[in-house]
Ligand binder design. Structure first.
Ligand code: FAD
Length: 286
């Protein structure tokens, strides 16, 4: 973990583009609350394969209209080089300088016919660097508990290395509840000479069934003791939120105390729990 302490910690928030007008209004109200604590940037996810791209643009445009530092996510699967370059040109013209570059997952039902010209995130990073030099600061994804499709832990680290060598400036991790997995992953990267900030992605715990569903899909492990405690709370939403806040606060405290270079919060377009976490961690004092 030593290499990570050289980086100035960054704190950022992730949003997803809402599907409805009402969702957009809720996002806007929550973003205005979240913006009061001055995160470094807000990122906006991007649906692979043409599903929700216009909603991403709308959300990005609104954030820019509010003078908020915005980092759009861009995934390459299902898109052509030309399409990707035209999106990047548009972002460049809008004054965006930070991107989260991903392979993406095709939406279910899209079929395999939607696969585009770039198959992996390292190819997207290469394309951005070859067309735009260093104009964009590029964040990529990292998986302390390894990507669900990785053929082995070793292969996954090798593939992560490809993204760093292609020119990624920093990484944001998939969420996890086992800080040892993060520390171990960072150590492996350090031994490989990978010298970029690897910022933990933090998912608050507010709803048990959603958490289980997401975690199964993305390969994040919920520790048995956390699962058992949450299961025992049944539908008691307040107890789940209070326990979740304690668990996630303690994990973030440990991550920061042991050298993590910041935190990236998956806000799920909510603000209350995120702001409580922010306060618990005294992040405004940092
Ligand atoms: P890659 O780095 O390309 O890796 C994908 C898989 O392929 C891994 O198993 C890897 O080991 C393997 N691999 C990588 N490169 C190679 C190679 N050259 N040869 C052979 N195998 C290789 N999804 C979205 O659709 N939209 C989003 O906005 C979005 N935002 C995200 C933000 C974060 C911080 C994270 C952690 C994930 C996000 N995702 C998003 C999900 C992500 O798209 C999926 O996890 C996807 O399956 C992998 O994307 P990646 O960029 O990590 O892919």
């Amino acid at each position: 973990m030593e290499s990570q302490t050289q980086f100035t910690p960054t704190f950022s928030f992730e949003l997803f583009p809402p599907k409805t007008e009402a969702g957009m209004e809720k996002l806007q109200a929550n973003v205005l609350k979240l913006a009061t604590v001055n995160p470094l940037y807000f990122s906006v996810t991007y649906g692979a394969g043409g599903s929700t791209q216009n909603r991403t643009f709308e959300t990005v445009n609104w954030l820019l209209s509010q003078g908020i530092e915005t980092a759009p996510h861009l995934s390459c699967i299902g898109g052509t080089r030309e399409e990707i370059i035209s999106i990047l040109k548009r972002y460049q013209e809008q004054g965006i300088t930070r991107l989260v570059a991903l392979r993406g997952d095709l939406p279910s039902g899209a079929g395999m016919g939607g696969l585009g010209e770039l198959n992996y995130a390292n190819e997207l990073v290469e394309l951005i660097r070859s067309e735009f030099d260093d104009f964009f600061r590029i964040e990529v994804a990292a998986y302390p508990e390894f990507h669900p499709q990785a053929t082995s832990a070793e292969a996954d680290v090798k593939n992560f290395k490809r993204k760093v060598e292609a020119g990624a400036n920093a990484a944001i991790t998939q969420y996890f509840y086992n800080p040892d997995a993060y520390f171990e992953f960072v150590d492996i990267c350090e031994k490989q000479g990978l010298n970029i900030p690897i910022v933990p992605g933090i998912m608050p715990i507010t709803n048990y069934s959603n958490l289980v569903r997401f975690s199964d899909a993305c390969g994040a492990e919920i520790p048995r003791w956390v699962r058992k405690r949450l299961e025992a709370m049944g539908d008691d939403k307040e107890s789940i939120k209070a326990f979740g806040l304690d668990v996630v606060t303690a994990m973030c405290e440990r991550l920061l105390a042991e050298g993590a270079p910041g935190l990236h919060f998956y806000t799920m377009n909510q603000s209350t729990t995120i702001l409580k976490l922010w306060d618990n961690l005294n992040l405004s004092e940092r």
